[in-house]
Write a new protein. Structure first.
Length: 197
């Protein structure tokens, strides 16, 4: 069974980039809804597996109803963990900085690639920064699709571009939401930790 993971910060901690109201709906209603629905649909024999195993089993078995709910649980936990407004989480150094320089030239270019990808995603989905074959890559996935559990791919960070992630604060202006998050709320320490893991 999957359990509800609390946010790693207070509901007001991402303001003004993401409001308390948005975060309370996003975590308390949307994310919790995915956890509950996933548990409802989870086959008995998968109940004791961890979430990454369940995603793999559902993907391999083409069990899309379970895959969609469980992947959304994982994607949301990863998304929430990757946000911070703390100065402490802003340092970009070491291996991460080397990779950014090698693959994107500089941090600003990486940020603009994230924004371009967020804008280009048609409909609901996710923007990903991943490590693949030793290189940093940015791409987007549709609906619940996730790089979690894909061989040779290490997810480092994600941006939720479903409308529920921004509509209360930014209405239809996805680019304003994405710009605010990418400029101010990326937890770079989280990215470095994922790189090292
Ligand atoms: Fe979401």
């Amino acid at each position: 069974m999957l359990s509800i993971k609390p946010l790693p910060y207070e509901l007001t901690d991402l303001e003004p980039v993401i409001s308390q109201m948005t975060l309370s709906f996003h975590h308390g209603k949307h994310y919790v809804g995915y956890v509950n629905k996933a548990n409802e649909l989870l086959p008995k024999e998968w109940e004791h597996h961890d979430i990454q195993d369940i995603i793999r089993l559902a993907r391999d078995g083409n069990n899309m109803p379970v895959f969609n709910q469980v992947a959304q649980v994982w994607n949301h936990e990863f998304f929430f963990d990757g946000l911070s407004l703390n100065e402490f989480d802003k340092e970009i150094s070491g291996a991460l900085l080397d990779l950014i320089r090698a693959d994107f030239h500089d941090v600003d270019s990486l940020k603009s690639e994230l924004l371009k990808t967020a804008l280009a995603r048609f409909g609901s989905g996710w923007v990903w920064l991943v490590l693949e074959n030793g290189r940093l890559k940015i791409y987007s996935t549709s609906n619940a699709e996730t790089p979690c559990g894909l061989r040779g791919v290490k997810p480092l960070w994600t941006l939720d571009v479903w409308e529920h992630a921004y509509y209360l604060d930014y209405q239809n202006r996805r680019i304003d939401y994405a710009t605010q998050v990418v400029e101010k709320a990326i937890n770079w320490r989280f990215i470095s930790a994922n790189l090292d893991a």
